[in-house]
Ligand binder design. Structure first.
Ligand SMILES: Cc1ncc(COP(=O)(O)O)c(C=O)c1O
Length: 404
């Protein structure tokens, strides 16, 4: 038997394209064709990067030297700033050598799984989950062990569930707090209960904290690494500037963790991408060390939009919506519309078909919950203008009302 020279690697067989990127791309394509579509697909702030951050990059460019490689894991100045901030947030001591700066938090997570996971190793992932975790674990040869959570529990995984899912091959649990897509924020009691299981079962925590500064109302971000020195030693912190400082396109994320892991990740990065963009590292240093009122202003705007979106969604007959307490997504339950017939005569058999129909006919783009391991739900980003929210949720309401 001959194989085609273009035969693709079998490690790609279980890997799906990112559904959020697919929905965003479809909405963007329709818009480019002149179709008036409101998109709630993108997981990025609509704000421009704050002026003082852009100014730092501009000044550095003018000064010269920014076109050069840096240390693979990021400049010492940036790693010092990150180590200082994360030490304070997580009430532990993180040295600059324990920090690796990468090209976005997605890259940080990829390096983490690549450095940790052997074929057959298991990683516990509570669902609804951010789309990329299971695929990254599979790319590393590992097995995602998905634990379903309940809407009535505000989508929090319980310590009992985790304990019951641990096998001889379990290496780690992914904790995304606040959560994309649900906006759920773990309470102190929940974090402490999970921390206990992590120690009892000898696990690592991969803590994806990319939304930790975006919490609203009386919710607070509680760090699992801060529970005890034992937890700090067992936690890999993944963080970045994309969401907090409206810097998605700059592509900077970072990992802080045990030195041997960070060194292993630096080896992978050194043999694949090398340092993240030097100019973006300079902008990130300005973001972390400069004035922080921009964060408070964006958080306040997101909060206002969050409340409006939840109110409008809850007013749609047949839709229920938990209150998201963090990040910038609403995750309503639309299962009562699955299986219904559209005026065009199509039966919308699942949330993917429902979302396809909503964009084609309703001219509003939302992401199907199936992509997050939660069929029957959809995700809407409220990191967009209030006018978009009113217009888009209105379109959704009118379209859904035509289903029989
Ligand atoms: C939960 C979560 N983790 C990580 C990332 C990746 O962020 P970055 O843009 O820094 O790669 C995202 C972005 O959508 C996210 O939602």
């Amino acid at each position: 038997m001959t194989t085609s020279p273009l035969k693709l690697a079998s490690r790609l067989d279980p890997i799906k394209p990112s559904i959020t990127l697919a929905v965003t791309a479809k909405a963007a394509k329709l818009k480019a064709e002149g179709v008036d579509v409101v998109s709630f697909g993108a997981g990025e702030p609509d704000f421009d990067t704050p002026a003082h951050i852009k100014e730092a990059a501009r000044a550095a460019l003018a000064g010269g030297g920014t076109g050069k490689y840096t240390d693979v894991g990021g400049t010492l100045a940036l790693r010092k700033a990150i180590a200082g901030e994360l030490s304070a947030v997580h009430r532990t001591t993180i040295e600059p050598d324990q920090v690796l700066v990468s090209s976005g938090a997605k890259h940080s997570l990829y390096n983490t799984f690549m450095a940790l996971i052997d074929p057959g190793d298991e990683v516990i992932i509570p669902a609804p989950y951010w789309v990329s975790y299971p695929d990254m674990v599979m790319l590393a040869g590992g097995r995602p062990v998905v634990l379903e959570t309940r809407e009535d529990d505000d989508f929090a995984v319980t310590a009992e569930q985790v304990a019951a899912a641990v096998s001889g091959r379990t290496r780690a649990i992914v904790l995304n707090n606040p959560s994309n897509p649900t906006g759920a924020v773990y309470t102190r009691a929940q974090i402490e209960a999970l921390a206990k299981v992590v120690v009892e079962k000898d696990l690592l925590v991969i803590s994806d904290d990319i939304y930790r500064q975006l919490v609203y109302g009386d919710a607070e971000y509680v760090s699992i690494a801060a529970v005890s020195p034992e937890l700090a030693r067992r936690t890999v912190l993944v963080d970045g500037v994309s969401k907090t400082y409206a810097m998605t396109g700059w592509r900077i994320g970072y990992t802080a963790g045990p030195l041997p892991l960070i060194k292993a990740m630096a080896k992978i990065q050194g043999q694949s991408t090398s340092n993240p963009s030097h100019l973006a590292q300079i902008a990130t240093l300005a973001a972390l060390t400069g004035p922080q009122d921009c964060v408070a202003q964006m958080r306040a705007a997101f909060d206002e939009r969050r409340q409006a979106m939840v109110r409008l969604l809850r007013a749609i007959p047949g839709v229920t919506c938990r209150e998201p307490k963090g990040a910038f997504y609403a995750f309503p339950n639309v299962s009562s519309f699955v299986g219904k017939r559209s005026p065009e005569g199509a039966i919308l058999d699942d949330d993917v078909q429902l979302c396809d129909w909503l964009v084609d006919v309703g001219k509003v783009a939302v992401v199907p919950g199936s992509g997050f391991g939660a069929p029957g739900f959809v995700r809407l980003s409220y990191a967009c203008s209030m006018a978009n929210i009113e217009d888009g949720v209105g379109r959704m309401a009118r379209a859904l009302a035509t289903l029989r």
